[in-house]
Write a protein that binds this ligand. Structure first.
Ligand SMILES: [Mg+2]
Length: 253
């Protein structure tokens, strides 16, 4: 009798395990496939307007008074990103700066085999100038080193980060980390735990490490953006209207 019970128990466990494995694999594949989909650029621009820039979709809604923002760009310079595309990415980021409110401060970290702070939190005008000075530095994809430096930069009193500002990271990358990658998600989690919102622009038709990028982002529906190539990122940024105060500033001149 006891032997029979054990037999049934084992059978049940095997069946259940197989059934569950089937369900999990299917779900995971479908989720990954969904992340590979590249929406039209207008759709991505709208999504960024809503969630990265928090502009209301309805024009008559008055903008609520918001805390200023400290925005950190984390730029992938690994060899999987060709230099020409890297340069296009920098140009798109320069344009992105003018879409934020003028009281935003920007910093940048560049990473490939190592991560390096390119500039600490500065005004939009300085950020545009400093971005132009960033040079391509090919190597491996050490995302975790960049995330580690990001945490230090936000916590530092000497980085120009403002304690009262809301903290945001914008990662520009084409995929999977390949140095100490076991740390990548953990360090992203630590940043989120510090109150940092992590946005990701994932570049590439099919991205090997799309799951990692999706998990680094604070959410997939609001914080993860997809483009097929760097030209498309440029296009998306061009479709986002400038911050209204920039237009006012320009028309006064
Ligand atoms: Mg890479």
């Amino acid at each position: 009798m006891a032997a029979m019970k054990v037999f049934w128990l084992i059978t049940l466990l095997v069946v259940a395990e197989e059934a569950m494995a089937g369900v999990f694999w299917e779900t995971k594949d479908k989720a990954t496939e969904r992340l590979q989909i590249i929406p039209p650029s207008e759709e991505t621009a709208k999504k960024m307007e809503l969630f990265l820039f928090e502009r209301p979709s309805f024009r008559l809604v008055k903008r609520s008074i918001k805390r200023p923002e400290d925005v950190l760009f984390i730029i992938d310079s690994s060899k999987s990103v060709p230099e020409a595309n890297f340069t296009r990415g920098i140009r798109a980021l320069q344009n992105l700066v003018t879409k934020f409110r003028p009281n935003t401060k920007f910093a940048a970290i560049l990473f490939s085999t190592k991560a390096k702070v390119m500039f600490k939190f500065v005004s939009p005008q300085k950020a545009v100038k400093n971005l132009a000075g960033i040079r391509y530095h090919s190597g491996f994809t050490n995302t975790q080193a960049a995330l580690r430096k990001a945490g230090r930069l936000f916590a530092s009193k000497k980085s120009g980060a403002r304690g009262y500002a809301s903290k945001r990271i914008f990662i520009l990358s084409d995929g999977q980390s390949n140095i100490k990658k076991q740390n990548t998600l953990y360090l992203a989690y630590l940043l989120k735990d510090m109150g940092v919102e992590v946005f990701v622009m994932a570049v590439g038709q099919r991205i090997e490490g799309i799951n990692e990028l999706a998990m680094v982002a604070t959410s997939t529906d609001k914080h993860l953006y997809r483009v097929g190539q760097m030209e498309e990122f440029i296009k998306v940024v061009n479709e986002i209207p400038n911050d209204p105060s920039y237009d006012k500033f320009n028309s006064r001149r």
